[in-house]
Design a protein around this ligand. Structure first.
Ligand SMILES: [Fe+2]
Length: 215
């Protein structure tokens, strides 16, 4: 349960409640922060929690627990719409251009690596999505693809978020201050108020909550 260790109530707006059965209450992800990366770091916590729950599902399946394909569909939806459209969308359309305006290169260094990894993540989630129906129908090749996509995405996103949290975002917090920071947070608010294939950010947080409760 590594993910749950990330979610100490003092460190995250994702509050952990309950004694015998841990239940996440998802709230306040869109709080204004005084740094250029606060909202994104908070979203990372939820993405990590969901990724770790998927890793645990894969481990349980390897030990004989049947994979629940409805659960796998929930993971695909969360990774596509929250992790990619909502979260990576803000990084690619707002944070990275703001850093580039301060002189950070687009085609080399940390931004280039993060963009490459976002594309790798999209391909792995697409592999999950594309194999889900046939895997549900018992196709062994599709089952293999589903597991490979899921395991690959977990490994990728955990390492990727580590690089952002500990390297790129620390650089961003030093480079984007004052008006730059406030403008960025206003842009984040606009994106977080959008819908992603008809789902609000709050809908997707509820989906994450459902995933974590079922875990
Ligand atoms: Fe990120």
């Amino acid at each position: 349960m590594i993910a749950r260790a990330h979610l100490h109530p003092r460190q995250s707006p994702y509050r952990l409640l309950g004694n015998t059965r841990n239940v996440y209450v998802v709230a306040m992800t869109n709080q204004p922060t005084d740094t250029a990366t606060g909202v994104l770091r908070t979203e990372h916590q939820l993405i990590l929690a969901v990724a770790h729950s998927l890793a645990a599902k894969l481990a349980a399946e390897a030990n004989g627990t049947a994979l629940d394909y409805d659960d796998m569909a929930r993971y695909v939806t969360f990774f596509r719409l929250f992790a990619d459209a909502c979260h990576h969308g803000k990084e690619e359309d707002m944070l990275f251009p703001a850093l580039e305006a301060q002189g950070m290169p687009h085609d080399a260094g940390p931004i280039a690596v993060m963009l490459y990894e976002h594309d790798q993540g999209r391909a792995l989630v697409r592999m999950m999505a594309d194999s889900l129906d046939e895997a549900r129908n018992g196709d062994p090749h599709a089952n293999g693809d589903l597991r490979a996509g899921a395991a690959g995405f977990v490994d990728l996103i955990v390492a990727h978020i580590g690089k952002e949290d500990h390297v790129l975002f620390n650089m961003a917090d030093e480079m984007l201050l004052g008006p730059d920071c406030r403008e960025l947070c206003a842009q984040y608010d606009t994106t977080c108020g959008r819908q992603f294939e008809g789902q609000t950010k709050q809908d997707l947080e509820r989906l994450a909550n459902e995933i974590l409760e079922r875990h």
